[in-house]
Design a protein around this ligand. Structure first.
Ligand code: GLC
Ligand code: CA
Length: 556
């Protein structure tokens, strides 16, 4: 049943800046990753996804690329990167990197030429980006072409006086969008991709892949997302990349496209289509948004978590790809809060149980797991008290937004601690030494104070740690080819517990979990007479499920 190597892969996402600092400058780096390969092996990981490692002014931690052919100096050298590829391959691990194709840094030589009419290459590069003259108001001052809002808050347009025009940026103003209608630009990106493939990269995670095409009529809507998201023509660009690069080089391609419909999802990642092999879709990531919150609106509005919504989102994607494509299993990435804080319970008495319960709910399902760094030890959201502790460019535009909506500083800070992307980006907690063993000097971003108990070293010494549970689950997935299964029973309703059944290679399984902080009376949905308890995250043997208890039963 296995057709492709990545179908039973276990992927681990590394956010380089926060993973491991090898040279005491407070910033994670490539040699730091190499140091941890053995650790990743112990987790049964066989594929690494490395978040952007390219030269960058780091406005968005590397998603703003200045030079596609250079490794960010603070992360190491190209030689270091080649060593990483070699060491990974020597350990039977594949490497995929982030590929940022929607925009560059405003410090990229293309943009420097594009924005300056006096630059010798201006003519060529101007059209690599998206420009609009805007309008003049009654006082003769320039006005923005549209009210479109950037994903990081604020307008998508910024004025460039030398050209007397606006450039489009759907993320930060230091990340101008590329014009994918320009063939010469596409050709340059394609040769860059081939260059990395020739170095030994096994695939890519395509950043912001559904934004490549824009509505060039520029209708004046607010926020206008539909004019720069999922427009039909972006599939042509992806297909071109697939035909010329992805398929001939046999790459693993994971696309990022929020909000895809069933039809679009199959167009991206169905077996019949080849744009991607897998899709990151965010279906289950923000199921707890409180639409009535006017102070910190959108994803920032924390509402009640309904387990039934998470379960149906997960099932929705399983069903879309069932027999027609391939599913990805992930709780979150570097753009979301930590799952144990978000959907579990990070209070000391519940953190371990709830993290294991969440892992069981997800990793008993079909597809390929993508574990995000620190998830496997139950790292929590940040505990920051100062706005300046946060580093994400998005935080600062959004903080101003909250203030404009009338939020107090405290309300805004709480929204950040609950929802900001920085929650997933604090330094990896390796040991209980100063700076969590991430570095020997103060890191670029503060470590979360709970590192003295929540760290890899402590987890490795404890047979009942979250890490040990992850190791068990990943081994079980491999042994039983869980990724190829399909739930034979799946309970959709109920916010207090989850339950489903599946068939592994040698046994049938029934999984149940308590999603609440209270004991839960429980009747099995299947006949347990013919099953035995295979794994449980608590030591109790009561009939009632303990708070956040999860159990895996195995057929005899
Ligand atoms: C993707 C990345 C995110 C980044 C954005 C712009 O959504 O995951 O971190 O800020 O694209 O590149
Ligand atoms: Ca470093």
């Amino acid at each position: 049943m296995k057709k492709y190597w990545w179908q039973d892969a276990i992927i681990y996402q590394i956010y380089v800046r926060s993973f491991n600092d090898s040279n005491a400058d407070g910033i994670g780096d490539i040699p730091g990753i190499i140091e941890k390969i053995a650790y990743l092996k112990s987790l049964h990981v066989n594929t690494l996804w490395i978040s952007p490692h390219y030269d960058s002014p780091m406005d968005d931690n590397g998603y703003d690329v200045r030079d596609f052919f250079k490794v960010a100096e603070e992360y190491g050298t190209l030689e270091d990167f080649k060593s990483l590829i070699k060491v990974a391959h020597d350990h039977d691990m594949k490497i995929i990197t982030d590929l940022v194709l929607n925009h560059t840094s405003d410090e990229h030589p293309w943009f420097i030429a594009a924005k300056d009419p006096a630059h010798p290459d201006h003519k060529k590069y101007h059209d690599y980006y998206i420009w609009h003259t805007g309008f003049k108001n009654d006082a003769g001052e320039p006005e923005r072409p549209t009210r479109w809002i950037s994903w990081f808050g604020g307008s998508v347009w910024d004025y460039n006086s030398p050209t007397e025009s606006y450039y489009l940026h759907i993320f930060s103003k230091k990340m101008p969008d590329l014009n994918w209608r320009n063939k010469a630009m596409r050709e340059e990106l394609k040769s860059m991709i081939q260059w990395w493939v020739d170095l030994g990269i096994d695939g890519f995670r395509i950043d912001a892949s559904n934004h490549l095409e824009k509505n060039w009529e520029f209708p004046d809507d607010e926020p206008g997302y539909q004019h720069f998201s999922s427009l039909p023509k972006h599939h042509d660009y992806l297909q071109e990349l697939a035909d010329e690069l992805f398929i001939p080089n046999n790459l693993l391609i994971i696309g990022e496209a929020g909000g895809a419909s069933k039809q679009e999802a199959l167009q991206y990642a169905g077996f019949e289509s080849n744009e991607f092999n897998m899709l990151i879709h965010f279906g289950h990531v923000w199921v707890d948004v409180d639409d009535s919150n006017r102070l910190t609106p959108g994803k920032w509005a924390k509402g009640e978590v309904h387990l039934s919504r998470i379960k149906s989102a997960l099932k929705h994607w399983i069903d879309i790809f069932h027999e027609k494509g391939w599913n990805t299993l992930y709780w979150h990435n570097h753009d979301h809060p930590r799952v144990v804080s978000h959907y579990g319970n990070d209070a000391p008495e519940h953190r371990v149980a709830s993290a294991k319960m969440l892992a069981t709910l997800l990793y008993g399902l079909p597809g390929t797991p993508i574990i995000y760094q620190g998830e496997e030890i139950g790292m929590t959201n940040v505990d920051y008290t100062e706005l300046s502790d946060f580093k994400d460019v998005e935080v600062f535009t959004e903080y101003d937004n909250f203030m404009r909506h009338g939020a107090s500083h405290e309300v805004a800070m709480q929204a950040l601690r609950d929802r900001a992307r920085d929650n997933a980006r604090s330094p990896m907690q390796w040991t209980n030494e100063p700076f969590a063993g991430f570095s020997t000097v103060s890191p670029w971003m503060p470590v979360v104070q709970n590192y003295s108990t929540i760290n890899v070293q402590a987890a490795q010494k404890d047979d009942h740690s979250i890490l040990a549970w992850y190791q068990m689950l990943m081994q079980w997935r491999k042994d039983e080819a869980i990724g190829f299964s399909y739930p034979t029973f799946y309970q959709l309703d109920r916010d207090d517990r989850f339950a489903y059944s599946l068939k592994g290679q040698s046994h049938a399984y029934y999984i149940v979990g308590n999603f609440t902080d209270q004991p839960l009376d429980w009747d099995a949905d299947v006949d347990l007479e013919s099953m035995r308890l295979f794994a449980s995250n608590t030591q109790t043997s009561e009939d009632a499920l303990a708070p956040y208890e999860t159990r895996i039963y195995q057929s005899l």
